[in-house]
Design a protein around this ligand. Structure first.
Ligand SMILES: Nc1ncnc2c1ncn2[C@@H]1O[C@H](COP(=O)(O)OP(=O)(O)OP(=O)(O)O)[C@@H](O)[C@H]1O
Length: 637
């Protein structure tokens, strides 16, 4: 566990509540260990001369019906009470973990079944479940431990499911999946270490509840059986004489409350400090049947030496009023060593296109395509293992936020090495040597030392370079970079872009660069795909941006909105009038028509296809042919 998290736990002891709860918990645990060793004889000594006596100097809390000292019995019962409660908690956590991680490990159908079982079980009151299991497993300590353990499992299963879902959505899990890491290893190495902390915190709180439940069962005679005894049993035994001899019944009750509080308060204090929540695979299908809209084959599909060829790519999600399709039939190809940029306003479908290319759209999202070939392989028709191998060795993805791209609980070198061991059959040592070499290749200084560090010890730019290094562990033919510089400051941005550029030219690696910043695309790419409302509205060479030859009114509006040195900063910056289209309510015809000054009735009824020649295509009924007065300044390339 990285040191900053460890500091979090110790910081709990610096808060008054955390310190008191910690000391109390330590005292309870120490008593559980030591009391039977120190006072077992006193607790079991029968004294027939002092039966059922009240408090006295000799017996502080009096004696029971065999003359045994209640005070010592309460102390000695700590081990039985705490031990069994902890055992029940362990069963609850383990069963919860198995059920909660099932959807991530099993296939979609079995996963759903596990989720349904958890949902039904969570709906039952815990005490009812405990009583039910107590009857099933029989009267006695073993039965009660199993009963309380299984009754607590649904809550932990639900918590695990929520935590797993949260971690599974993080970029480093996507990165590991792209590197071809299998489901079980993904779970054990990347997901579980990142949910361990909230689980431990909740288990601590849960132990308090288990203690209470266990005492309840023992009190009812369903738990610990004589001659063994725990606090619940002691309470039950002294109930008959509670009016004449209240201390004998109250003392074990107080012990339950104090110990339960110690667990609860300590867990809550840690949870509060760490901000922990307390209890209280992509679905891909080749499209069947007739395509919804006609696809116009264009010259680009005959490009030879193609790395990626996508035709009529669609990404859909279920919505309250039927499926929503934020990517609505995108077609493009990328040649070897070609750098293709994707621009468009927020929500235009750029990231979903990148995720679909990386096979990272999660269920219930679906990806369909008429054609989806990567290095000549029909990706959507491959088995999961084939797909992992193909992507793990020939594909790399760089995410927007370097802070979330790495698993915080694993050293950077190990994360780079992980995929290489799996796919390239390298030994641990060889994979680590390659990881260091790759870190060097992406200009991480002191690569050997850095490889042994955790991600939080890297700066943002260095992490982003390391992420690119991870992509270079295999021999990628394509790097997809989704806003790779947005989270970085300007100088570091330039370093990262230059690095991508140099990798591309040195190794003939193709690049698909997503950015909302058309200037960045202009600096790095050969070709630009302009997206609007889930479709490509213009596919043009970058040089056309510089000469003002963009034809689509939307591309021209994007260019006009880029400030340059001549822009009068006292005037408001140019913006594109109107709002982007909501994917759930895409209008008929050209989706840009409502914001376009050239729109006619035809635009509002008929959707224009992407057509053109010489590497410049546009989907518009009124492409603008005159040169744009204010083309893009290309800046430094
Ligand atoms: N899991 C999802 N379920 C439903 N809709 C989604 C999902 N993910 C994205 N969308 C919708 O799809 C549309 C396109 O999203 P996408 O992230 O691809 O946009 P983008 O062009 O990359 O925007 P940005 O630049 O803001 O990242 C958005 O309207 C978004 O709300």
């Amino acid at each position: 566990m990285p040191t900053n998290r460890r500091r979090g736990w110790s910081a709990v002891l610096r808060t008054p509540l955390g310190l008191s709860a910690g000391v109390l918990l330590l005292a309870v645990l120490a008593l559980a260990v030591l009391a039977p060793m120190l006072w077992n004889d006193q607790a079991s000594a029968i004294d027939t001369d002092h039966l059922l006596e009240g408090s006295s100097a000799q017996h502080w809390l009096g004696t029971d019906n065999l003359g045994r000292d209640i005070f010592y019995r309460v102390l000695v019962a700590t081990r039985q009470s705490i031990g069994l409660a902890l055992l029940a908690t362990a069963i609850a956590v383990l069963t919860g973990l198995l059920l909660g991680t099932a959807p991530a490990v099993l296939g979609r159908r079995s996963g759903r079944l596990a989720t349904a079982v958890v949902n039904v079980a969570v709906a039952f009151p815990g005490l009812l479940l405990a009583l039910f299991f107590a009857v099933v497993f029989g009267v006695g300590a073993k039965g009660a431990v199993l009963a309380i353990g299984f009754a607590g499992a649904p809550a932990f299963a639900r918590l695990t499911q929520t935590l797993v879902a949260g971690v599974a959505a993080r970029d480093f899990v996507a990165a590991a999946r792209i590197a071809g890491v299998g489901r079980i290893r993904l779970l054990v190495r990347h997901i579980l270490p990142n949910i361990a902390e909230p689980l431990v915190v909740n288990a601590t709180i849960g132990a308090g509840g288990a203690l209470l439940a266990f005492s309840g069962l023992s009190f009812l005679g369903l738990g610990v059986q004589a001659p063994a005894y725990d606090w619940g049993r002691l309470m039950g035994e002294s109930l008959n004489s509670i009016y004449v001899h209240p201390a004998a019944a109250l003392a074990p009750g107080v012990a339950v409350v104090v110990a339960g509080l110690a667990f609860n308060l300590f867990g809550e204090a840690v949870a509060k400090l760490l901000g922990v929540e307390t209890i209280g695979p992509g679905r891909y299908a080749r499209r069947r049947g007739a395509p919804v809209e006609p696809v116009v084959p264009t010259a680009q599909y005959v490009v030879e030496d193609v790395v990626l060829s996508v035709r009529d790519l669609r990404v859909s999600f279920p919505g309250p009023q039927g499926p929503v399709t934020p990517v609505r039939g995108v077609s493009f190809t990328i040649g070897h060593g070609e750098a293709v940029g994707v621009v468009g306003e927020s929500g235009s479908g750029k990231s979903l296109t990148a995720l679909a290319v990386a096979q990272l759209i999660e269920s219930p999202g679906t990806v369909t395509a008429e054609r989806f070939d990567f290095l000549g392989e029909p990706v959507l028709e491959l088995t999961e293992a084939e797909r992992r191998r193909l992507l793990g060795t020939s594909f790399a993805m760089v995410f927007q936020d370097p802070a979330t791209s790495f698993n915080p609980t694993m050293r950077v070198g190990s994360q780079l090495a992980e995929g290489a061991r799996e796919h390239q059959g390298l030994s641990r040592r060889q994979a680590m040597a390659r990881a260091v070499d790759r870190l060097r290749a992406v200009r991480v200084p002191a690569a050997e030392r850095r490889a042994r560090q955790y991600p939080h010890e890297f700066s943002g730019g260095m992490r982003q370079r390391a992420m690119i290094g991870m992509g270079l562990m295999g021999e990628p033919a394509l790097i997809v970079a989704d806003e790779p510089t947005t989270a970085l400051d300007v100088t570091v941005q330039r370093q990262v872009l230059r690095l991508l550029e140099s990798i591309r030219t040195a190794d003939d690696v193709a690049l698909l660069l997503i950015s909302h910043d058309i200037t960045v695309i202009g600096q790095v790419c050969d070709r630009v795909l302009v997206m609007y409302a889930g479709r490509i509205v213009e596919d043009l060479p970058v040089s056309a941006l510089a000469t003002g030859a963009a034809r689509h009114p939307y591309t021209r509006a994007l260019l006009a909105a880029v400030p340059d040195l001549d822009t009068d900063l006292d005037q408001p910056l140019a913006v594109i009038p109107g709002r982007p289209v909501d994917p759930a309510r895409v209008p008929a015809g050209c989706a840009f028509a409502a914001r376009c000054e050239f729109a006619t009735d035809r635009c509002r009824t008929e959707n224009p296809e992407l057509t053109g020649a010489d590497g410049h295509q546009v989907a518009c009924w009124h492409p603008q042919l005159q040169e744009l007065g204010r083309p893009l300044r290309m800046g430094q390339r």
